[in-house]
Design a protein around this ligand. Structure first.
Ligand SMILES: C[S@@+](CC[C@H](N)C(=O)[O-])C[C@H]1O[C@@H](n2cnc3c(N)ncnc32)[C@H](O)[C@@H]1O
Length: 463
């Protein structure tokens, strides 16, 4: 079995290398430190890249990103970096998040093409006897676990997962790089699936949202995770929903916020394409466009601060006091980050462009502010899930440590790190996880399962 996987992976790597070599003019082929495979007009070996940097001042942002990653990730990830690098520079793999609200005409066709729901597959792997229904998974309690976070990370408290049967995500098998067709609308105009990096479902699963939960998605656009959260909150067993009466199909509340007005418009378009109108009501779903860093203010209920003149806080407090936004139990903080794949592949809107140097350098500060705001918004006992799509330890573990420290020092809030090992065990057949992370978990890209990077860390508010 292990040998089979190894051979498959090697075959994929070899075919990718041949593809790249065929596409690359001879003058761009270089045998570099990481092997001869990754070369091309913007895919230089690190040695050549450094030389070019000295002689060619204007480099495209994708190349700047590659140089930056080679310098930082080779130090951070050591021997893992070369293979992650190959995967990052190859075509990524998608998953089809099934839309429970639509009449899903495409599912059988996708299954006939070899797609499998990685979520129920993971459960079948953990619970072979009860493969047909979603189960609760409790890891063995680790008596050495500490309950509160120390600022160096500390050990993590294990927790149980109760996966909703309504969230399903189809993926092609390992090593299969077939692309999905665009989803088709059902007779009500609702699309049958949403294509996204399958690993980006993990933060939603880790948040363990149940039907009646109140959830805040602080940075929600374009909306893949918001849609996944809505699937987990829905209670209908039948996809053929009545469009007129929806009370029985979603009992929780989701607030989806994003500070960017244009991206919030995109979020609205996505949700309108997937969610029945009857669910897009203020008592079930609210879409807002505020700066998430001040969201914590709303929960601290300080009208004094409003009278000192912050109009946005004033509006938020009005909403809070008219009960339009209930106190948040579960908070997803999926922050802006280096977006490693995009930075390596697209020059447009690239965080490594010269004009965005300041923005990129201030990302960890913004991320910590957003996470702190999420912590303040959660009720004691509530959970906060921090996630990014970068490998950068400065934007992952370091941000969590900083926000936890600020929460304690400035607000007297104690937090507990919740171990996500049930999740990594359950889905180790689908994703590659970084080994021995001292805080949180991270899906690392791999040619045979080219998902991620996705970092996730779950915190529980104790006070
Ligand atoms: C990684 S994306 C979120 C992706 C989204 N969760 C999804 O699954 O589709 C980060 C988002 O954070 C938003 N953002 C940036 N700064 C923000 C802030 N201060 N408050 C709220 N949202 C912010 C960006 O506009 C961007 O849409």
């Amino acid at each position: 079995m292990a040998m089979g996987l190894f051979l498959d992976t090697s075959r994929v790597i070899l075919s990718r290398v041949k593809d790249l070599r065929a596409l690359t003019p001879k003058r761009h082929r270089v045998k570099g430190k990481w092997g001869y495979e990754l070369v091309g007009p913007h895919l230089l070996s690190p040695g050549e890249a450094v030389l070019r940097a000295a002689t060619h001042p204007k480099q495209p942002p994708t190349r700047m990103a590659l140089q930056h990653f080679d310098a930082t990730y080779s130090a951070q990830l050591g021997a893992l970096w070369p293979s992650i690098r190959v995967a990052l520079l190859s075509e990524r793999k998608y998953g089809a998040l099934l839309n429970h609200f639509a009449h899903n005409l495409d599912v059988e066709e996708l299954q006939a093409r070899g797609c499998k729901d990685f979520i129920s597959n993971g459960e079948a792997f953990m619970f072979p006897a009860s493969a047909d229904h979603r189960s609760e998974f409790r890891p063995e309690e680790d008596s050495s676990s500490v309950s509160t976070v120390n600022h160096g990370g500390g050990s993590q408290q294990p927790s149980s997962l109760r996966l909703s049967p309504n969230i399903r995500c189809l993926v092609f098998p390992r090593g299969d790089v077939t692309r999905f067709r665009p989803a088709r609308p059902d007779k009500f105009g609702l699309l049958s699936y949403y294509l996204l990096d399958a690993a980006s479902i993990l933060p939603c699963l880790a948040l363990d949202v149940q039907e009646s939960h109140t959830v805040l998605d602080l940075c929600a656009a374009p909306g893949g995770k918001a849609l996944a959260l809505l699937q987990t909150q829905s209670v209908s067993e039948c996809p053929a929903l009545s469009r007129s009466s929806s009370n029985s199909i979603q009992s929780g509340f989701l607030c989806a916020n994003d500070s960017s007005v244009s991206r919030t418009s995109r979020l609205k378009r996505v949700l309108h394409s997937y969610v029945p109108k009857a669910l897009l009501t203020d008592d079930k779903l609210r879409i807002t466009s505020f700066d998430g860093t001040i969201w914590g203010e709303i929960e601290r209920n300080s009208f004094d601060r409003v009278s000192s003149g912050h109009p946005i806080i004033f509006i938020l407090l009005l909403w809070r006091h008219t009960n339009l936004i209930p106190a948040s139990l579960q908070v997803l903080v999926d922050v802006p980050c280096n977006t490693d794949r995009h930075s390596l592949m697209e020059n447009d809107n690239n965080i490594f462009s010269r004009s965005r140097i300041g923005e990129r350098r201030s990302l960890p500060k913004l991320q910590a502010e957003l996470l702190l705001a999420g912590i303040l918004a959660a009720c004691p006992g509530g959970d906060v899930l921090y996630s990014t799509c970068t490998l950068s330890a400065n934007q992952n573990q370091a941000v969590v440590q900083q926000a936890v420290q600020l929460a304690e020092e400035q607000h007297g809030i104690q937090l507990q790190v919740i171990s996500l090992c049930p999740l990594t065990q359950m889905f180790s057949n689908t994703f590659h996880f970084a080994p021995n992370l001292h805080l949180g978990e991270m899906v690392i890209p791999h040619l045979a399962a080219n998902f991620g990077p996705i970092y996730l860390c779950k915190l529980r508010r104790l006070t």
